[in-house]
Design a binder for this molecule. Sequence first.
Ligand code: CIR
Length: 269
Amino acid sequence: MSSQVSRVTPASSHATRFASAITRRPAASAVDGLRAQDQGAVDIKRLAQQHLDYQNALRQAGAVVMELPALPDFPDAQFVEDTALCLPGLAVMMRPGAESRRGEVAPMRDALALVFDRMADITTGFIEAGDILTTPSEILVGLSARTNQEGADALKTILDDHGYAMRVLQTPPDVLHFKTDCSLIDDGLILSTARLAASGCFSGYDTMLVPEGEEPAANMIRYNDVIIMPAGFPKTEAMLNAEGFEVIAVGNSECAKIDGGMSCLSLRF
Ligand code: CIR
């Protein structure tokens, strides 16, 4: 019997405790998804299977999963996270910096309007929710190639009205989204790459660093009492297991080729 005392706490805040998740079935056009560099052709059959595995992991974590139909005109539409910020009782619709992704927002708005009492819209600047990390005490927004100051300011105006604190930070250069490099893995505990944590932006939080060489594992999700992480990062997985986390690893080889990870594939609320 292990004598180790786990420091993992039960999910208890709006940043870790959820009931539902929205996903979108990948279209065949996902093979044409945006990517910063060529990492090989996307195997669409494998992508579809990995998407099913991801949804099953969410269900194992306690989610009621609503899968929306594929949007063939939008190759990146399965990365639903970028279209909206979901908070208790409030959905804020984003305005993606990637022009090819702007048309994903309206169909997601229609879906969220069925479940959220209050809706708000970013109408100036650009912001993608992959650049937004919600913690129990505040909302962190990383400026990036997809999210600019004007978009962040527009979000701040909305969040001020609803009583949420927000802080603007910088996504590391050449990193797609702020959350490409970090995740909230427990209330008050952030898993980060060393390059992002080095900026000091997480002072006031406990942090754990992703082991060197496994940086793509920094994007994962805490959903209730489970962590869903990409498969293939044994040092990170062992580190989390040693801390007492319940971890489900899901194959992400195909989404990774189009710069997608665990958080991008769902909206959680
Ligand atoms: C894009 O470049 O927009 C997509 N290929 C990947 C989006 C990943 N989303 C995220 O990190 N939240």
